[in-house]
Design a protein around this ligand. Structure first.
Ligand code: ADP
Ligand code: MG
Length: 223
């Protein structure tokens, strides 16, 4: 009976997700359709129409690619990687986003961080998601601190911001598909991140204080 319950719960989660994806994709599709009709009526349409259409297509592409991470089976190759090098690449990648938001990224890496067996692309996607959330939590600018250190047989990677904080009632919704408080958010970043870290045998912990900031701590086992 327990198994049945679990299956029916799973089914409803899948159903919810499917409904969510359909909903999320319908908006940019409706917009695209409108612009195609506009260009049909006025073939000398402005270049900016194409720009909007491209960004709507980008959004659909992004939503689908986030979901593909969840679709199994996929080719996942775990290989030993330098965690510090990966984090440095993420900091470089996020830096333009940070500068635009008046945010400074500070790193605190303890010396001789170990190698870690991981799927590099997926883990980088998690780090980038957490980094972007940290940056976006500070509309007035501020500092994001990225810390990496060893704790026993765990590796800790912590993203700390000085942003708005997360209210109590939202904390439990984190990681639910499509939970977002951002105008152009997808609410998929944390769900995908949780899944990837779980696949690596790890966990994500959140600490947050309203008006002070938030830290997301990724714990990864060092096998
Ligand atoms: P998105 O960034 O597209 O909204 P996420 O899954 O990455 O989706 O995040 C979901 C929500 O969690 C965000 O909309 C925001 O409300 C909250 N959140 C995540 N990270 C932070 C953070 N560092 N500070 C404040 N709120 C956060
Ligand atoms: Mg996000």
């Amino acid at each position: 009976a327990e198994e049945l319950i679990r299956k029916s719960e799973l089914l409803s989660v899948v159903g919810q997700m499917a409904a969510g994806v359909a909903h999320e994709i319908r908006n940019p599709l409706t917009s695209l359709k409108g612009f195609v009709q506009l260009l049909q009526a006025f073939p000398n349409g402005k270049a900016e129409y194409y720009q909007i259409m491209l960004s709507e297509l980008d959004r659909i592409e992004f939503i689908i690619s986030e979901f593909l991470v969840l679709a199994k089976p996929q080719v996942v190759i775990h290989q030993p990687r330098h965690i510090q090098r990966m984090l440095e690449q993420i900091v470089m990648l996020a830096d333009t986003h940070a500068i635009l938001h008046n945010v400074q990224i500070v790193t605190q890496f303890s010396s001789d961080l170990p190698m870690i067996t991981c799927e590099e692309k997926q883990l980088k996607q998690v780090f980038l998601n957490l980094m972007k959330n940290a940056i976006e939590s500070m509309p007035e600018g501020g500092v994001v601190t990225v810390t990496a250190k060893q704790d026993g047989d765990m590796l800790l990677i912590i993203f700390t911001d000085q942003g708005c904080g997360i209210p109590e009632e939202s904390l439990e919704k984190l990681g639910e598909p499509f939970f977002t408080t951002k105008e152009t958010g997808t609410g998929l970043g944390l769900m995908v991140s949780h899944k990837i870290i779980a696949d690596h045998g790890g966990k994500i912990h959140v600490r947050s204080q309203m008006g002070k900031g938030t830290s997301f701590e990724v714990q990864l086992p060092m096998r």
